[in-house]
Design a protein around this ligand. Structure first.
Ligand SMILES: [Mg+2]
Length: 392
């Protein structure tokens, strides 16, 4: 068995261009799907897949670890920059899809699963509609409450919000009070039985992240995400020590060694590795093993397209410390036209029952993908009141 071709299929989905990666073999009808979506870097990722392809064409696709090492270590530059780590992930996912199809088993069964009966999922406020999630101002507490009620009506028992506004490295009380009011409104709207997460998007400095974390601590958040830049490892650790709310981070961390540094510093309770950015399922399984040694929970970052979701779920059915999977369902109305999935979602509770098909269990409808060709992503830029650059 040999790899004959690697294709990218770009599908414009409003905020993101989904980059689907198809690895074809010399066996009739045998191919695998992966995903390498990286918003605002679509051309770079597509080019990176093209750059990697000569290392893989003619190789045996069942040698996944060998090929991962080839992609990561050959050509001198190690593959942990965000663009190449994403390209590697897209190919790696497709190789695992092929391995499952050859074995006639869902990927989770290749890794000793299933370890659970279902995977719990959570949504963004607005279900993935970018305006609701990213553009609801922290001052608009009532809007947060309304969207929170809607998430619960849609069957979710957990949802994520961006209730922390962009702030300069040091600011006074106003943004803290705004975040607090938004979270209080949501808690009052949905009660204590629903899990609320706040994603800071690494907007705050460590000092501001600490202030937000302490202000929101009484509201019993399920987790408090990216309270400062992920590279500010000691800042994360200080925030984690100062609050009882579990701290989550990892969506921008792309390799095992960087996760080691986070874990060893006591910088997080929840590892939000992104399977499409951290080098794929091959590296994700190593990161999960390391997290296990620290008893750190797994909750993958997954706001991308349907192959990313399928891979995140297969991973979840094989990982004991996996607690919940991020999902979006309302980013584009035609999302389900692009894919057939092997798993089922129970609307009440939004619990996912295991995939029963081989590999990642998905079929991508290439004709539907062609209806949504590449478009430049909508810019998301943030400036502070004085015109200086902020973090989105
Ligand atoms: Mg996030």
């Amino acid at each position: 068995m040999k790899i004959t071709r690697i294709e990218t299929h770009v599908c414009h989905a409003r905020m993101r261009n989904w980059v689907f990666v198809k690895v074809l073999t010399d066996q009739p009808g045998l191919f695998g799907w992966g995903e390498a979506t990286l918003e605002w870097h679509t051309r770079g990722v597509v080019g990176s897949v093209e750059d990697l392809a000569p290392l893989l064409i003619g190789q045996d696709p069942s040698r996944i670890e060998y090929l991962w090492q080839m992609m990561y270590r050959q050509h001198f530059w190690h593959g942990h920059g965000i663009v190449r780590a994403t390209a590697i992930a897209g190919i790696d996912l497709a190789l695992w899809d092929i391995a499952g199809k050859v074995a006639g088993l869902p990927c989770s069964k290749l890794w000793g699963g299933p370890v659970r009966d279902y995977v719990r999922t959570y949504c963004h406020l607005g279900g993935g509609k970018m305006e609701d999630f990213y553009e609801t101002a922290a001052e608009d507490a009532q809007r947060f409450a309304d969207l929170a009620r809607k998430a619960v009506e849609d069957g979710f028992t957990a949802f994520k919000t961006m209730a922390v506004p962009p702030t300069m490295p040091i600011e006074g009380l106003k943004p803290i009070r705004a975040a607090e009011a938004a979270v209080r409104a949501m808690r009052e709207a949905v009660g204590d039985g629903i899990d609320i997460m706040v994603d800071c998007h690494a907007r705050p400095s460590p000092a501001m992240g600490l202030k937000f974390g302490q202000a929101l601590d009484p509201y019993g958040l399920y987790f408090f995400e990216e309270p400062c830049w992920p590279e500010a490892v000691e800042g994360l650790a200080a925030i984690k020590r100062a609050i009882t709310t579990p701290v989550a981070t990892g969506e921008r961390v792309t390799n095992l060694a960087a996760f080691r540094d986070l874990f060893a510093a006591g910088a997080c309770d929840i590892c939000q590795l992104d399977i499409t950015h951290c080098g794929g399922l091959t590296e994700a399984r190593r990161i999960a093993a390391l997290a296990e040694a620290y008893r750190i929970a797994l909750a993958p970052h997954n706001p991308q397209g349907p192959v990313s979701t399928a891979a995140s779920l297969e991973f979840g059915f094989s990982q004991p410390s996996y607690i919940i999977c991020e999902t979006v369902h309302a980013d584009v109305p035609w999302r389900q036209d692009v894919v057939q999935e092997g798993f089922t979602v129970e609307r009440q509770g939004r619990l996912v029952r295991p995939n029963t098909r081989p590999g990642l269990g998905i079929t991508i409808n290439e004709n539907e993908v062609k209806k949504h060709p590449f478009q430049q992503e909508i810019p998301q830029v943030v400036f502070y009141p004085d015109g200086s650059i902020g973090d989105w």
